[in-house]
Design a protein around this ligand. Structure first.
Ligand code: NAP
Ligand code: GLV
Length: 349
């Protein structure tokens, strides 16, 4: 009876706009989850709905910050993407009942881990399930850049294709090349396995620790400078952390071969973008393929869009049908496990 009275008064407070919501939604007794956009793959959202009340931002677009701060008040869990910065302000806005953040990404540089840990908030993410899709996209971007696919297609469509010509649209090949991997974790290794099948001469990698998996592809651990100097292709698969921020700066590009192709599918902030533009404009490196930029989306007037030797993609690394569905289910499963106090399938420790 007391419970029912509480439920009625809670609901009336919500209706009056005096509070936004309640932990363990008072009318249903179920946990409350905030989802930051309306187009998250349905399979994950359906899983949540079986056990929780789900409150979703109304648009198929990132929730505006002000709405986000209002929307999370009183929730037990947040299902977010890399578009939302999860910082002290968001955690304060949510309140002390917040138990878990589930991000539909493996990258977690948008989440203040220290602050979450201080408050005992658990974090779920999506490692492994997107590794193959992201490695495939990295290969597609590498080949699109080195073999000049967007430029060639544009030429073919606009009358630039006059005849077969011996030096037309030529670019560097992978066969016999040295490939340098910066970051040799799940995605870096998956890219290296694919690269090897293109008959490369050597695979180098740079990371803080030695990886036993390197043996499988014959990859050799080197320091950052050596990797830059020796590689025909430099592929970035390291996370954004303070030590990797803008590690690709003027000095790094100057150490690379002028024939080198630079590919980044990690995070834009690993690159000093002005230095990259300068390097591309002045033939300090041969070309660049970017799935990630600063900012995102990249403004239409960015010099990167004007450069023929740069291919820019709109952060689509993990974008296969199956992968995005699996990521959504994993995000939901992480949230449900944390709410039920059980082991999360993929908890960020
Ligand atoms: P992972 O398995 O954790 O691998 C990260 C690698 O980077 C490890 O080899 C790690 O080795 C290395 N690393 C970490 N800190 C480093 C540092 N300071 N200097 C050099 N290397 C360092 O992660 P993953 O699953 O492969 O994902 C990698 C990143 O890809 C994510 O963080 C995300 O930003 C990005 N990503 C992008 C897309 C996309 O759509 N474009 C999709 C998925 C992921 P050590 O710890 O030994 O240094
Ligand atoms: C995508 O960029 C991810 O981190 O999953």
């Amino acid at each position: 009876m007391i419970y029912k009275t509480l439920a009625v008064s809670a609901a009336s407070l919500v209706r009056k706009g005096l509070v936004n919501n309640f932990s363990r939604n008072m009318s249903s007794g179920r946990f409350l989850v905030y989802v930051t956009r309306s187009d998250m793959p349905e399979c994950g959202i359906e899983l949540l709905k079986k056990q929780c009340e789900v409150k979703t931002w109304k648009d198929a677009a990132p929730v505006p910050r002000e709405e986000f701060l209002k929307g999370v008040a009183g929730v037990d869990a947040i299902y977010c993407s890399l578009n939302e910065k999860i910082d002290q302000e968001v955690l304060d806005a949510a309140g002390p009942q917040l138990k878990v953040i589930g991000t539909i990404s493996v990258g977690h540089d948008h989440i203040d881990l220290t602050e979450c840990r201080k408050r005992g908030i658990r974090i779920g993410y999506t490692p492994d399930v997107l590794t193959d899709a992201t490695a495939e996209l990295t290969m597609a971007l590498l080949l699109a850049t080195s073999r000049r696919l967007p430029e060639a297609q544009h030429d073919a469509k606009t009358g630039g294709w006059v005849s077969w010509a011996p030096q037309y649209m030529t670019g560097p090949g992978l066969n016999g090349a040295t490939v340098g991997m910066v970051g040799f974790g799940r995605i870096g290794q998956a890219v290296a396995r694919r690269v090897k099948s293109f008959n490369t001469a050597k695979i180098l990698y740079f990371s803080r620790s030695e990886r036993v998996e390197a043996k499988e592809v014959g990859a050799i651990k080197v320091n950052f400078e050596e990797l830059l100097r020796e590689s025909d292709f430099v592929i970035v698969c390291a996370p954004l952390v303070p030590e990797t921020k803008e590690m690709f700066n003027k000095s790094a590009f100057e150490k690379m071969k002028c024939s080198a192709v630079f590919v980044n599918t990690s995070r834009g902030a690993l690159v000093d973008q002005d230095a990259l533009i300068y390097a591309l404009e002045n033939n300090i490196i041969w070309g660049a393929g970017l799935d990630v930029t600063t900012p995102e989306p990249l403004p239409l007037d960015s010099p990167l869009f004007k450069l023929k030797n740069c291919v820019v993609l709109p952060h689509i690394g993990s974008a296969t049908f199956g992968t995005r569905n699996t990521m959504s289910e994993l995000t939901a499963s992480n949230i449900l496990a944390a709410l039920n106090g059980t082991k999360m399938p993929a908890e960020l420790k």
